[in-house]
Each structure stands twice: as structure tokens, then as C-alpha cells.
Design a protein around this ligand. Structure first.
Ligand code: COA
Length: 416
């Protein structure tokens, strides 16, 4: 079966997490992704958080599936010769170097356009143009600078970063979207263009509802926040809302049976207005259906602590799965808190390819997250990440057409 990005060749100059997430997605959509790495060194993550001595780390393997690895020292004359040819042969250059690194290498946007006007040059940077554009940025810095940390955690605690890598993987996703749009536009214009995804912008995009609340504050307190019911005044900025739901329907994380010993024996529970009467019946409070203090959403807002306390008295008598079994048929929105262990062992996620097992020559079998987007005409087979320089000769000869003598010359010069 053909793939959506068949025939698209990516010069993958990415490292660490944000850029590699993007190019891995493109590879899963069928692009030929050639990952360029420094000879003898490679992507720094190959040797970060090592769990099997001598093998590429899970950090690297889980972000670089379905790619080819070419080693290249782009700062040597021979390396520049190869890179020049790569730029001419590829459709997209993706990079997430520190600001200015590509210019210092001699491959800034003007140089790229001169070599290949059809090329799309896509970059992840920490910040867009402005006072911080020269800064190097990592995941948690982006979460802090993009509004996530200030709105995550509990009101009376410090700002908290989330486990979801919204700065790195989130920005990689944004960049992939930009690249696909630029590829489509190139069909009409014949020209490439620059695509920039700044990590601060990507995080802020994902925190959109918090900027919504910032503006709503002008109209008065945010009544769906728990702090309203607790009588605590709001300040000037969107506060941390604990586990309150981000939408207009109040929700919280509640204890379930076994919470005393199992750190994940919890459920999310939303008091969706449309199913309020069913909630009252399930938790044994039928009198709340008619009581004017509880019958309508506005009436309930000052009583949320009491209401969720009563719901929790009920959820604590059930496992998180039992809560789901009882509430789902009634359309009461609940969600069990699933641990990574439970997700890794969940058979249905294996069946859909969302969790996959790969085999690796150095480390043996390992689990990874497969392609999270399913297309009916693109059956993704996840193949293991490449060893450092595994495809150097193959790319130099098959893609770039170099002879065996040329390749020997590059090797002698330490360029590949
Ligand atoms: N051949 C020769 N030189 C190479 C090379 C290659 N194949 N690959 C990289 N280099 C060089 C770069 O040109 C750069 O040299 P310079 O400093 O002389 O210009 C050097 O290696 C270091 O690259 P850099 O990207 O600056 O790495 P770093 O370790 O200093 O910084 C980050 C790492 C992630 C902080 C930085 O790349 C960054 O801010 N990236 C943008 C934001 C981002 O993606 N952050 C999230 C990462 S998950």
C-alpha cells in the first residue's frame, strides 16, 4: 500500500526530543527520513538515561523509529560537500539546533534557498522573535514560559510542570503540521518556505483555555473553579486550579477502593449538568434532584466541596474500573487514573498499535508508543531506531550517487 508521504525525503538534522518527535511522525507517514549525526558522537540522547550498558538508550530508540542514520561532520569541507548535495536532494530540512547554529555552519535560510528553492526549512526554537530568541530551551523551561506551570498544581502550592512533554513533543507535533501545510502549498507555488515552531508558542497554544480564563476574570470570579465555592478571592492572573475541570462542567479526581495502598486508585469524575439526576441516584442522594440548593448548575457551585465529598464517599466503595462500568452506561463522564504499568499491559492498546514491541540488536525487545494517529490507508509498521551511522554508505551511494572512491575519501577525511 502506498504511504501519504511516499517520495518525500527529509534531511533530519534534529536531536534530543522536540525535533525527533516531528520527524518520527513524518517517517510513520511514509517519508524517507535521513537523520544526520556527528560521527562517533550522534544524538546526545543515545547515551542519556542508559539502562542497558553499551546500547542506545530508550530515550533515543523511542524517538527515532523508521529513520536512517547518516554520520556527517558538517563543519569539514568534505562534510559541507555532502551536506550541499543532501540539501539539493531533499524536500524538507528539519532542525532544532540552538539559535544561529545553522548559520554558523554556513547553511542558513538564504544559502538553503540558493541551493534548493523548493526546500522547506523547518525549525523548532525555544522562543519566537523577541527578547528571548537567542535562548536555549528545554522542556520544562518551555512549560514555565508558555503558561502551563503557572496554571498547573494547587492554588496554595508552587507551580508544577506536567508529565506530558508538551514543550518538546507538543512542539514537534506543531512543526509537523506546519511542514505538511508547506508541502501542500509548494504543490501550487513550486517554492519552499520557512516553518518555525517556537516551544513557548506551542505550549501557549495548548494552554488556550487558561488565556480564556484570564480574560473572563474581568467579568468577575471564575465560578467553576473550586476556590470560588471556598470563598477565596481571585487575584489578577488565572490561578492554579488543582484538578478542577478545564471546561464549564465541574470535575475532580476522587479516591477509589484501594487508594490507601495504590497511588493510582483514583477516578476523574465530572458532574455533567445533563446527567445530574442520574448522578444523584447513583451516589444515593435522590433528594438533591429537587433541592433548590443542588438542582441547578449555578446553585451547585458554592457546594462543590460537599457534592464531591458525597460522590467520593461512593467512589471509595468501588474500584476505579467499577466506577467506569457503572457510570459509562449512564453517560456520566468518568476516567480511571491509569498508571504507565497498566497502559503498558493493556491488550487493546497493543492491538491498535498504540503500544508496540520492537526488537533491537543491542538491547533486545522494548516497548514504545506507536503512531498515535491512524489513517485507514496508512498501516504503520514501527521499525527500530537506527544504529549510529548504520545507513551512511547506503545513503551516500543510493541517494547521493557517490562512488566507492568518494566514500573512501570522505571517510579518510573524518567527514562521515
Ligand atoms: N556536524 C558538525 N557540527 C554539528 C553537527 C554535525 N553533524 N551537529 C551539531 N553540530 C554542532 C552545531 O553546529 C553546534 O555548533 P556551534 O555551537 O559551533 O554552532 C553544536 O553542535 C551544538 O549544537 P546545539 O544545538 O547548540 O546543541 P546544544 O547541546 O548546545 O543545545 C539545545 C541543545 C536543545 C538546548 C539547543 O539545541 C536548543 O535550544 N534547541 C532549540 C530548542 C529545542 O529544540 N529544545 C528542546 C530540545 S528537546
Amino acid at each position: 500500500m502506498s504511504k501519504p508521504l511516499d517520495g518525500i525525503r527529509i534531511l533530519d538534522f534534529t536531536h534530543v526530543q522536540s525535533g525527533p518527535t516531528c520527524t518520527q511522525l513524518l517517517a510513520w507517514m511514509g517519508a524517507d527520513v535521513i537523520k544526520v549525526e556527528r560521527p562517533g558522537v550522534g544524538d546526545a540522547t543515545r547515551k542519556q538515561l542508559v539502562d542497558v550498558e553499551g546500547a542506545d538508550s530508550l530515550y533515543f530508540t523511542m524517538l527515532n523509529h523508521n529513520k536512517r542514520s547518516l554520520t556527517l561532520n558538517s563543519k569539514t569541507p568534505e562534510g559541507k560537500e555532502v551536506l550541499t548535495k543532501l540539501v539539493k536532494e531533499c524536500d524538507v530540512l528539519v532542525e532544532n539546533f540552538a539559535p544561529g547554529a545553522l548559520d554558523r555552519m554556513g547553511f542558513g535560510w538564504e544559502a538553503i534557498q540558493d541551493l534548493n528553492p523548493r526546500m522547506i526549512m523547518a525549525s523548532v526554537k525555544g522562543f519566537g522573535p523577541g527578547p528571548y530568541e537567542e535562548c536555549k530551551v528545554y522542556e520544562n523551561v518551555a512549560q514555565c514560559a508558555g503558561g502551563s506551570a503557572s496554571t498547573t498544581g494547587f492554588r496554595d502550592g508552587v507551580p508544577v510542570v506536567t508529565g506530558a512533554q508538551i514543550g518538546d513533543s507538543g512542539t514537534g507535533l506543531h512543526l509537523a503540521f506546519g511542514i505538511l501545510a508547506a508541502l501542500l502549498q509548494r504543490e501550487k507555488t513550486g517554492r519552499g518556505q520557512r516553518v518555525l515552531a517556537a516551544m513557548q508558542d506551542g505550549v501557549l497554544n495548548l494552554c488556550r483555555v487558561k488565556l480564556r480564563d484570564q480574560q473572563r476574570l474581568k467579568a468577575g470570579p471564575l465560578k467553576e473553579y473550586s476556590q470560588f465555592g471556598e470563598g477565596i478571592p481571585f487575584g489578577e492572573a488565572t490561578p492554579r486550579a488543582g484538578n478542577d475541570s478545564g471546561g464549564g462542567q465541574p470535575g475532580r479526581i476522587l479516591k477509589c477502593k484501594g487508594w490507601e495502598t495504590d497511588p493510582d486508585a483514583y477516578t476523574y469524575f465530572i458532574t455533567q449538568a445533563a446527567v445530574w439526576e442520574k448522578i444523584c441516584d447513583v451516589i444515593g442522594k435522590p433528594e438533591w434532584k429537587e433541592d433548590p440548593d443542588y438542582a441547578t448548575p449555578p446553585a451547585r457551585l458554592p457546594h462543590l466541596n460537599e457534592i464531591f465529598g458525597a460522590i467520593e464517599d461512593w467512589t471509595m466503595t468501588k474500584t476505579k474500573y467499577e466506577v467506569m462500568e457503572i457510570c459509562n452506561p449512564l453517560d456520566i463522564p468518568v476516567g480511571p487514573i491509569l498508571s504507565m504499568k497498566e497502559l503498558a499491559e493493556e491488550p487493546s492498546l497493543r492491538e491498535t498499535g498504540t503500544i508496540v514491541e520492537c526488537d533491537h540488536p543491542e538491547r533486545g525487545p522494548y516497548l514504545s508508543v506507536g503512531c498515535p494517529v491512524k489513517l485507514s490507508d496508512n498501516d504503520v509498521t514501527v521499525t527500530r531506531s537506527p544504529l549510529l551511522g548504520e545507513h551512511t554508505d547506503e545513503v551516500l551511494s543510493e541517494v547521493l550517487g557517490y562512488s566507492a572512491e568518494d566514500i573512501a575519501r570522505f571517510k579518510q577525511a573524518g567527514a562521515v
